[in-house]
Write a protein that binds this ligand. Structure first.
Ligand SMILES: NC(=O)c1ccc[n+]([C@@H]2O[C@H](COP(=O)([O-])OP(=O)(O)OC[C@H]3O[C@@H](n4cnc5c(N)ncnc54)[C@H](O)[C@@H]3O)[C@@H](O)[C@H]2O)c1
Length: 350
């Protein structure tokens, strides 16, 4: 097992290891005075892991209730959020009680936002069950729901009390969803860590899960500690995301987030090479690694459509868009680009 300490507006540990779910009750007991805990999960994850989580919590002396909603991004909305708050109120959850987010990023974001707002804030624990949630969304305290106008438009910065990641849970992930998480893992290698990048190149999809997740969490932790409220350094985590959002939007979300980010990273790498910001070797290494993981590096959409969709992304600042661009493996820069030049930059990367 690996333990990573996060120090932000609230300090907490991230525990990563095989079989950890059965230790959930014991670990929560160390941190919470709660008498009652509410497991929040989705309709796919709960049947797989709900009972294991609940029995561990019961053995530790907690009264356990559960709230299960239909799996998928469509549930990360105001209606389900209010249903969850009403469920907590009807079941007399108090400020000393605790929520457990058992699932992927959708469960984590929704539960975190409910925890941030119910009774003006109660404890919550992240139990990520997707690779994306393990390496990204469960750490750092961004919580949100979607609005009809766009994704993640309503949320709060609210750190969990603990993150407990049982790497065995990833065994039941559909391969496609596992690969989506790999795009984020590759992103950390390109952004910060040549050794991580080399490990991924050597082992491909058979990378060492506990070590790699722990390394990604350390890297995310370092960024969050520098910029908890997303006003600077945290922006770097958007590598591949601005153009990726364009791909996602153009496909009406039929192309998943991970695949869109993979395409976005490849476009940025190719454009960076053409603009002599990085070498051809760096660009080739990036594109080859993305392909090695079975992720796409090309898109059928043209530069104009991608540009238009990318501009509606909320990361736009006035007349400039902040792209993250690789200089070398493990070294990326913030690259402010005038809106008028974005389309030709994308064109160079197609
Ligand atoms: N808060 C943040 O910092 C942050 C960062 C990145 C992404 N996100 C958010 O995360 C969400 C995406 O997260 P995700 O990719 O985990 O999606 P998800 O939570 O929808 O999970 C993907 C699918 O996998 C299923 N699943 C989860 N764990 C499983 C398991 N162990 N075995 C079998 N099936 C399993 C889920 O039921 C779902 O159908 C988006 O809403 C995104 O906005 C948040």
């Amino acid at each position: 097992m690996k333990t990573i300490e996060v120090t932000a507006s609230r300090s907490y540990q991230v525990l990563i290891g095989s079989g950890l779910l059965s230790a959930l009750g014991r670990e929560v007991k160390k941190l919470c005075k709660a008498s009652k805990v509410a497991i929040v999960s989705d309709s796919i994850v709960f049947p797989l892991y709900g009972e294991r989580a609940a029995s561990s919590l019961r053995e530790a002396g907690f009264e356990v209730i559960d709230f299960v909603f239909p799996a998928g991004e469509e549930s990360k909305n105001g209606r389900v959020y209010l249903e969850l708050l009403n469920f907590l109120a009807e079941n007399h959850i108090t400020r000393s009680d605790c929520l457990i987010a058992l699932g992927g990023g959708v469960v984590g974001d929704l539960t975190g936002f409910a925890a941030a707002t119910f009774l003006r804030g109660i404890d919550f624990i992240q139990v990520p069950t997707t690779l994306l949630a393990a390496v990204d969304s469960s750490v750092g305290g961004k919580t949100a729901i979607d609005l009809p106008a766009g994704k993640n438009l309503c949320g709060a910065f609210y750190q969990p009390k603990l993150v407990l990641c049982d790497t065995d849970a990833l065994n039941t992930l559909p391969e496609d969803i596992f690969r989506d998480g790999c795009a984020e893992v590759i992103k950390y290698g390109i952004l910060y860590d040549p050794a991580l990048f080399a490990h991924l190149t050597q082992f491909g999809l058979a990378f060492h899960r506990e070590d790699v997740i722990a390394r990604c969490v350390e890297l995310k932790r370092d960024v969050v500690m520098e910029d908890e409220f997303d006003t600077g350094a945290r922006m770097k985590l958007n590598l591949g995301h601005t153009i990726g959002h364009g791909v996602e939007a153009q496909s009406h979300f039929s192309i998943s987030h991970g695949k869109a980010v993979a395409i976005g990273m490849a476009i940025v790498a190719r454009a960076a090479q053409r603009q002599k910001l990085c070498t051809a070797e760096t660009k080739e290494q990036i594109v080859a690694l993305i392909q090695q993981f079975g992720l796409p590096t090309e898109t059928e959409y043209d530069a104009e459509s991608l540009y238009k969709s990318a501009l509606s992304d909320k990361k736009r600042a006035g007349g400039t868009v902040n792209l993250i661009v690789p200089i070398a493996i493990g070294n990326c820069i913030l690259y402010p680009i005038e809106v008028t030049k974005l389309q030709s930059f994308i064109q160079e990367g197609l």
